[in-house]
Ligand binder design. Structure first.
Ligand code: MIC
Ligand code: SF4
Length: 655
């Protein structure tokens, strides 16, 4: 029997179930990552499960998201994370060391391993042949404790790469092209596996750009083979001992094959405001741009920064443009500082921001009203930049550099003719001076016994989830459309500092829909909850896409949301809803979506019974006077979790 690379790694880690399309399997997780914005809750949940020490090969806690530190909350979180990591056998990457995905790729990625992370861009290490999956913090906490991670046996989409990228065309254009084919919808339960002769020409950071932004496809993960490029990358990182060659069997069968000829690609962009709104740069035309940002876990590698530095060398950023750079890691920043490229960037007028997520998660650098912002990031959901009606274009570093110089959307292939710039070829380094002083090792079991965990008062233990009611009797508290992201549900940016305080953070649930002078969604929901009325969300297609933040389930649960009915729900968010005892249901007939309005009273008799065994639940719209059916597409394990009142209770029951 022949296997894809995905199947090989899954088989080697299978601990429960049978691998058959659509059936649930449990796999062993070798490595976990958490970051501060999701990790504080994950660690609190880890503690409340009574787990004391991780049982993975490697678990790393990163601080990279919440570094703005307006008020004491962020620093308090950092101190808690550092102390709990030390005690629990977890490595701790300190603030300033870089973005979790870039640092993990550099310092920990291990071909053939499984990795679970409380961040949707965890598949970045798929570029180095790791089967790397994003999940909610509670699922990661369970994996840290040695528990299985459950997923539906994925379908494997093969993406055959042929040819070679042309000058000025980048890895970013590959994933933008794939997004133009597959879009952000309809890929739940699939893995994107790259293969073909075009793979060999791509370096690991280039592959990591592709697997990173693969998260926007909504797939479970994306993965590349492990080959000479992987070996060279690991060797430069001083970690050649973890290298092993890995690939799919030559005649492996894929559920679907997509062909991408690298040589035929042109510079592309994801236009406002969805990562799958793909246009060519030529098509967008020379629109005015006022901000350019280089960075994020998608495009902040040594290669990316060097490329931009070489293009900008000796030139000045256009007077109309504010140009910011957030390097991916301390390693990258150090390398460009030592070889002088940093000086070229500074001389050109670039504003050097901290190594971390920064503007990508709305921590500053919000663009002005009506101003176009061009970013090398992976998400341009409306409002994510911190400006409500923002106009964000996602591009490659090459395009970003061209725009920074011209102040207009510019095809970088024009740079030789426009400004006499020669295409820079950046060679990957073969040796790197490694400095891991900002990755703290955990304490030994003996030392850990007496180590103190710092618990500042701004960190509030997450509330417990309730069991589902016998009869659901509620109102539609929110009626929303398609493509609602977890950024819409739980905004980040300046609200990030409340991640460790659910009652406080919950005030901002669906803040984007709140209108001045009117009660907020949180106020309406809490008022219903106080009266014993259940809150229900009605949504369209692709509900919950984007970030893995479990606060998008945890905070609504706190507000008394008991049911979400949508046309489709994305993978990570669906798991988070189940974990926090909010039932996810899908319209049996999508046309029923139109027949429901805000504030309608919806009743489901025997709601708990339906959750326990039925594939459908019948709901009566008392206000509009009709009945409709919803699908409960749940595994046996998910039903148990819902009935137990969430995953925390379920795990305790099993203990
Ligand atoms: C994001 O890119 O949206 C984040 C912030 O990294 C999230 C995690 C979070 O919300 O903390 C993600 O991608 O999962
Ligand atoms: Fe950080 Fe942005 Fe990457 Fe999320 S997508 S991990 S916010 S850099």
């Amino acid at each position: 029997m022949t296997n894809t690379l995905t199947e090989k790694i899954l088989k080697a880690h299978l601990i429960e179930g049978h691998m058959a399309p659509g059936s649930e399997i449990g796999i062993r997780i070798d490595q976990t990552i958490t970051q501060d914005a999701t990790g504080t809750t994950a660690m609190l949940l880890f503690e409340s499960m009574g787990l004391d020490r991780v049982r993975t090969d490697v678990s790393v806690s990163y601080v990279d998201h919440n570094m703005a530190q307006f008020g004491p909350e962020n620093h308090n979180d950092h101190l808690y994370l550092q102390s709990i990591a030390r005690k629990s056998g977890i490595y701790h990457s300190r603030p300033g060391n870089g973005i979790c995905h870039q640092v993990h790729l550099e310092r920990f990625s291990t071909p053939g391993a499984t990795q679970l992370g409380s961040d949707s861009h965890t598949p970045t290490t798929g570029g180095a042949g790791v089967l790397s999956i994003g999940a909610g913090g509670l699922d990661v906490a369970v994996a840290m404790g040695g528990g299985a991670f459950y997923l539906t046996t994925p379908k494997v989409i093969g993406i055959r790469l042929t040819g070679k990228l042309s000058p000025w065309v980048a890895a970013k254009d590959v994933i933008l092209k794939v997004l133009s084919i597959l879009s952000t919808r309809g890929n739940v339960g699939c893995v994107a596996e790259y293969f073909g002769e075009g793979v060999a020409s791509l370096t690991i950071p280039q592959r990591a750009t592709i697997t990173n932004m693969g998260a926007e496809l909504g797939v479970t993960t994306s993965i590349f083979p492990s080959d000479e490029q992987t070996e060279a990358f690991l060797k430069a990182q001083g970690r050649q001992e973890v290298y092993k060659p890995l690939s799919a069997d030559p005649d492996a069968s894929y559920d679907r094959i997509i062909e991408v000829d690298l040589g035929q690609l042109e510079p592309l962009t994801a236009a406002p405001s969805s990562p799958d709104n793909i246009r060519s740069i030529v098509e967008v035309g020379e629109i005015d741009v006022h901000q350019v940002l280089l960075g994020s876990c998608t495009n902040s590698s040594y290669r990316d920064l060097m490329t931009v530095a070489a293009i900008l060398k000796g030139k000045t950023v256009h007077p109309q443009v504010e140009f910011g750079i957030s390097p991916g890691s301390r390693q990258v920043l150090n390398l460009i500082a030592r070889n002088g490229a940093l000086s070229d960037l500074i001389s050109s007028g670039a504003r050097i921001l901290e190594n971390g997520c920064g503007p990508c998660i709305g921590q500053g650098s919000s663009p002005g009203n009506g101003r176009v912002s061009v970013r090398t990031f992976n998400r341009n959901f409306k409002g994510r930049s911190g400006t409500r009606e923002d106009l964000v274009y996602l591009v490659s570093p090459e395009v970003a550099a061209a725009v920074a110089l011209t102040g207009k959307m510019t095809d970088p292939r024009k740079l030789p003719e426009l400004l006499g710039i020669v295409y820079p070829t950046i060679e990957e380094l073969t040796t790197i001076d490694i400095n891991d002083s900002f990755i703290e090792k955990p304490l030994s079991v003996e030392e850990a016994k007496t180590a103190e965990v710092i618990r500042p008062a701004t960190i509030v233990t997450p509330p417990a989830a309730p069991k589902p009611p016998k009869k659901l009797d509620g109102v539609v508290t929110l009626y929303c459309g398609d493509k609602i992201t977890t950024d819409h549900i739980m905004p980040a940016g300046s609200f990030l500092k409340y991640r460790s305080n659910v009652p406080e953070y919950a005030k901002y649930v669906f803040n984007c829909f709140n209108e001045e002078g009117k009660p907020t969604l949180a106020e309406r929901a809490l008022a219903n909850k106080d009266k014993g009325i259940h809150n229900i969300i009605i949504a369209g297609d692709s509900y919950g896409q984007g970030s893995s933040r479990e606060h998008a389930a945890l905070c609504p649960m706190y507000l008394g949301i008991r049911l979400v009915i949508a046309k489709a729900i994305e993978r990570i968010h669906k798991a988070n809803l189940v974990n926090f005892a909010i039932a996810p249901a899908i319209f049996d007939d999508p046309a029923d979506y139109e027949r429901i309005s805000l504030n309608d009273q919806l009743v489901a008799e025997n709601f708990d019974k339906a959750l326990s065994g039925s594939n459908t639940v019948t709901i009566k719209n008392v206000t509009a006077g009709f009945e409709f059916k919803c699908k409960l597409d749940l595994t046996g394990r998910e039903r148990e979790i819902l009935l137990a009142g969430g995953k925390l209770n379920h795990t305790r029951q099993l203990a």
